[in-house]
Design a protein around this ligand. Structure first.
Ligand SMILES: NC(=O)C1=CN([C@@H]2O[C@H](COP(=O)(O)OP(=O)(O)OC[C@H]3O[C@@H](n4cnc5c(N)ncnc54)[C@H](OP(=O)(O)O)[C@@H]3O)[C@@H](O)[C@H]2O)C=CC1
Ligand SMILES: CCCCCC(=O)/C=C/[C@H]1[C@H](O)CC(=O)[C@@H]1CCCCCCC(=O)O
Length: 333
């Protein structure tokens, strides 16, 4: 008999998520049945979308993905010792099977990790998982960049800007600390990077993108994005990936930003939102491309790893304070 621990969310988040919004409970797991396997969590992913994508019934199980190891199995496709990515929620042990979508209707719900060679399995939640695929497919399919074009990325400490450099673009990033900006222009080779908390965004862009912006990959939304969009070129393309600047905002007044329509019309812009599961049937293609770029030394990654299941809520809260540089993960020890 296995005793699992899981997080439940007690009530809707209000403003920044708090430890008191969560409770850890224990659950006795039954014996596995035909087709099922038992997986032990190794890394749990904390992600900004978890702030805004819970249902409306409380208390509820916390949603989220993990990389887990199969430790008991009655399913030949998931043998003991194999590594899986599963959308199981924040929990230590899970019994499931491929047709089981009781935890969440996310697609893909479950898959075996490809062979990462010498690289850590934790990448399956970051650059070699759905986060990396958001960057790869969101940027290439929505922005449709051409070599030589100028690309701006907000929430820039991820893969998008590096992919833009690989594709021959000029890249400008915005991030929330000077240390992150130094990493972007240093190790990651961005052409310039500005700390959105202390630069004048419009002036910074006029100086660093004097010929205007062709593509904008928007992770944050709000006024920063309105300013970037106001400096776009004719037929510019915007991929709207997220709007983290608004996720904790409780006052509707503060969710307002400068009107976009004059720029959209006069510059004939294409602005398109996307959700990475749109590309679910190309999951392996995206993972393999990012993996290949890592192996070739073209794509670098950082992980922000916090130890201990009991630290998961803190790791989640840290996302909204910019505590992470790179993918935020909880290692289950
Ligand atoms: N459309 C889709 O399918 C997907 C969308 N997303 C979205 O992409 C965005 C980035 O997610 P992800 O890469 O997982 O997370 P990150 O690893 O980029 O972590 C979140 C980062 O957001 C920044 N941030 C926090 N608060 C604010 C704020 N008020 N204004 C600006 N930046 C802020 C912080 O960095 P800093 O120090 O720079 O402030 C923080 O480190 C989110 O909006 C998320 O919802 C993610 C995955 C899939
Ligand atoms: C205003 C709400 C904007 C929310 C944007 C966002 O972050 C959406 C993300 C999810 C989308 O709805 C479907 C998904 O699968 C996205 C999340 C994927 C992130 C992957 C995180 C790691 C993992 O679970 O593998």
């Amino acid at each position: 008999m296995v005793l699992a621990k899981k997080y439940i969310v007690l009530k809707p988040f209000f403003g920044e998520p708090k430890n008191s919004d969560f409770q850890i409970v224990e659950e006795r797991l039954p014996e596995i049945q035909d087709d099922e396997f038992l997986a032990k969590a190794a890394y749990i992913s904390v992600d900004p979308y978890q702030r805004v994508k819970l249902g409306d019934k409380y208390p509820c199980d916390m949603i989220g993905s993990q990389v887990a190891k199969v430790i008991e199995s009655k399913n030949k496709d998931y043998p003991v010792g194999s590594w899986v990515m599963g959308h199981f929620g924040w929990r230590t042990y899970t019994i499931t099977k491929p047709s089981d979508e009781k935890f969440c209707n996310q697609k893909p719900y479950l898959y075996r990790l490809p062979d990462f060679g010498n690289l850590p399995v934790s990448l399956g939640l970051g650059v070699c998982g759905r986060v990396g695929n958001s960057a790869y497919f969101g940027f290439t399919q929505i922005c449709q960049p051409n070599a030589g074009e100028t690309v701006v990325v907000s929430g820039a400490a991820g893969a998008v800007g590096q992919i833009a450099k690989i594709l021959g673009c000029r890249v400008i990033g915005f991030a929330g600390t000077d240390e992150k900006c130094k990493w972007l222009t240093g190790e990651l080779g961005f052409d310039s990077a500005g700390n959105y908390k202390n630069v004048n965004i419009a002036d910074f862009l006029r100086e660093n993108a004097p010929n205007g912006v062709d593509c904008y990959f928007d992770n944050v939304g709000g006024e920063l994005s309105s300013i970037v969009i106001s400096q776009m070129n004719q037929f510019g393309r915007v991929a709207v990936c997220g709007a983290i600047s608004s996720y904790n905002e409780t006052e509707p007044e503060n969710r307002k930003a400068t009107i976009l329509q004059p720029s959209i019309v006069s510059k004939q812009l294409k602005i398109e939102g996307f959700q990475v599961n749109r590309f679910a049937n190309r999951t392996t293609e995206g993972i393999k491309q990012n993996l290949q770029w890592i192996q070739e030394g073209k794509l670098k990654y950082r992980e922000h790893i916090i130890d201990g299941f009991e630290s998961t809520a803190d790791a989640f809260i840290g996302l909204f304070r910019g505590a992470n540089t790179g993918k935020a993960l909880v290692r289950i020890i």
